[in-house]
Design a protein around this ligand. Structure first.
Ligand code: ADP
Ligand code: MG
Length: 596
């Protein structure tokens, strides 16, 4: 507290600081606050995400605002609606003991007339996204011609998002004599360009190394085959049962796909990308903040506003195209003094990108191995034991205890422990028991991916195993049609079809084997992965179920295990059974309930 006082903050703000529980200023606050309070100056401040930049400009701004005047005196531009709201909330907390200071948030996707009304009532501080701000200027709903301070927050992100022209237009509506404070995590050319063009002799402060990722983040990479990204992701999640993470994909489509797969496999996951409505995004973000979602799968653009402090892991499902983007991603963890891990799933051919990132962030990556099935089982076992130990006892159980004791009366303590643990553990064990090694060696060893598929015959007749059967509504004729139509084969190409309860077999000539296997890679039908493998039993007849788990790559094979166990599995079965009727409806229903 005394340290905050020494920076020159007045009592009402110090009271707010103490309510917020801030004990001492962060480095960027220590450097920026005195400069901004004592001078009318332009400022360029570079500090990583999570270093407390909001307070670094927020406190001085509030102290300098004339609360007796209702004129708009401060404008803060920030890249996303989420950040806008976050900054506005923070400023309200900072100014809670100041009378008559009003801060208004201006952003797209909400009523512009309502926002205009709030401004009209007199907002000394406006926090805005560039797009909506420009819109309001054009419609003359806002007057920024008398502002004294303009803050460009997360300048690098705003420029990344293509807001340069909007910012230029907005600034042309502000007086020349104002002070401009630019805050940014990184200093790419575009940001220095803005600084040169719109600022006068700015003072500069830098916290940490320029462009460096936060140093309390550990960077790790895992080399896997291209088709093994998804199973690798699952193992990383299973290795960290308490994971609270953001998973970055490159496209909206992949983002949606990975989130859907995770949900289907029983993880608490959600998708965040630009194809969702604002309302849907808000719902996902709320669940994530409340930790109802453990794994948030997001695109870079959509994740820009994520302001959650306790993220334990950032997982790069795919590396970004721009190295700069990696810094933003990994900056989502290790915030507010906590430590975090940024994991990258790469294929061998992407290894050189790791080197470039290391140069950029000036930190070394640690090469890690995707844990084996048995390692995961061990971790889960200890996690489970600890969970049982730490579980708070629900007193309502009391009523049922006599009856339960009666059921368990012949089971001794040791056996009881074994049984309790087995309830959960067997599921993991069965799933991972024979799981293959997903690690790809970093150098050479070409053709290994193919090896994973098992030997693909090149001549004669080939028999296949497929993971659908009678319970999915197939008989031999409809399965034959399904395979033929899906792969695009001729009438008699599929033969010896043998449909069992939950799986089936069929034959084709070896010439079409490649086509069959590639069609059924990651193929989803009615929301479920359909998996085909070459059967090791060429004669036909029965095959063993576990064969399903032991061979080829691709997401489908790993779906046998779901985190929520039996419950989830039966749900999935229901879904599959309903495949012929009403499937469109079902899909929609699933969307709503699973995501939001
Ligand atoms: P940035 O804008 O640099 O990414 P924020 O301003 O969003 O960082 O701050 C990150 C987190 O750190 C917020 O939760 C904020 O409340 C907290 N924080 C900021 N300053 C301090 C401080 N001096 N002491 C403790 N926590 C702080
Ligand atoms: Mg910030």
């Amino acid at each position: 507290m005394t340290k905050f006082k020494a920076l020159g903050l007045e009592q009402s703000l110090l009271d707010a600081v103490s309510d917020l529980g801030f004990e001492s200023p962060s480095e960027v606050q220590e450097k920026a606050i005195p400069i901004l309070l004592e001078n009318e100056t332009d400022l360029v401040a570079l500090a990583q995400t999570g270093t407390g930049k909001t307070a670094a400009f927020g406190f001085p701004l509030i102290q300098k605002i004339d609360s007796n005047s209702r004129t708009t005196q401060g404008l803060i531009l920030s890249p996303t609606r989420e950040l806008c709201l976050q900054i506005t909330n923070e400023l309200k907390l900072y100014s809670k003991y100041e009378k008559n200071i009003s801060t208004v948030a201006i952003y797209g996707g909400a009523s512009i007339t309502e926002q205009a009304r709030q401004i009209k009532r007199g907002a000394q501080i406006i926090v805005a996204t560039p797009g909506r701000m420009k819109d309001m200027i054009n419609r003359r709903l806002v007057d920024i011609s008398k502002i004294d301070y303009c803050v460009l927050d997360e300048a690098d992100e705003m420029l990344n998002m293509g807001f340069f022209e909007d910012i230029k237009d907005i600034l042309s509506n502000t007086p020349d004599e104002k002070s401009t404070w630019l805050f940014s995590a990184t200093m790419p050319k575009e940001v220095s360009h803005i600084a040169k063009k719109f600022m006068h002799n700015p003072q500069e402060i830098t916290v940490g190394t320029k462009n460096a990722g936060s140093s309390n983040v550990q960077h790790e990479y895992y080399v896997v085959g291209g088709r093994d990204r998804y199973p690798a992701l699952k193992r990383l999640a299973d290795t960290n049962p308490d994971i609270f993470s953001v998973i970055f994909c490159r496209t909206k489509r992949d983002t949606q796909k990975v989130a859907e797969k995770l949900i289907e496999d029983g993880y608490s996951a959600g998708a965040l990308h630009g194809d969702l409505s604002q309302n849907q995004r808000d719902l996902v973000m709320n669940s994530f903040r409340k930790k109802q979602i453990q794994m948030l799968v997001a695109t870079d653009v959509a994740a820009r506003g994520i302001d959650v402090d306790d993220i334990t892991h950032v997982i790069n499902y795919q590396l970004p195209d721009e190295i700069e983007t990696y810094t933003h991603r990994s900056g989502r963890t290790g915030r507010a003094g906590k430590s975090g891990v940024s994991m990258v799933i790469v294929t061998r051919s992407e290894m050189r990108k790791i080197k470039s990132i290391e140069n950029k962030i000036q930190q070394k990556f640690i090469s890690k191995k995707i844990p084996t099935g048995i390692e995961i089982c061990e971790i889960q076992l200890y996690h489970l034991a600890n969970k049982i130990k730490d579980t708070e006892i629900n007193d309502d159980v009391e009523t049922y205890l006599p009856a339960i004791n009666d059921v368990l009366k012949d089971v001794d303590r040791e056996e009881l422990i074994k049984k309790i643990v087995s309830v959960e553990f067997t599921r993991f064990f069965n799933y991972y028991n024979k799981a293959k090694d997903l690690n790809s060696s970093e150098s050479g060893e070409r053709g290994r991916d193919r090896g994973n598929r098992g030997e693909v015959p090149t001549s004669g007749s080939v028999r296949y195993f497929i993971n659908v059967g009678e319970k999915d509504g197939y008989d031999w004729m409809s399965l034959k049609d399904f395979v033929r139509d899906t792969v695009g084969l001729n009438q008699d190409d599929v033969f010896k079809v043998d449909v069992k309860d939950s799986f089936s077999f069929f034959n084709t000539d070896a010439e079409v084997t490649e086509k069959i296997l590639s069609t059924f890679t990651d193929l989803k039908v009615e929301g479920r992965f359909v998996n085909v493998e070459v059967s090791k039993n060429p004669g036909g007849g029965g095959g063993r179920r576990d064969r399903k788990r032991s061979s080829r790559g691709g997401g489908g094979r790993d779906r046998g295990f779901s985190r929520s166990g039996g419950r989830d599995r039966s749900k999935r079965r229901d879904r599959n059974q309903g495949k012929s009727e009403n499937s469109g409806n079902r899909r929609n229903k699933k969307r709503k309930s699973d995501f939001f």
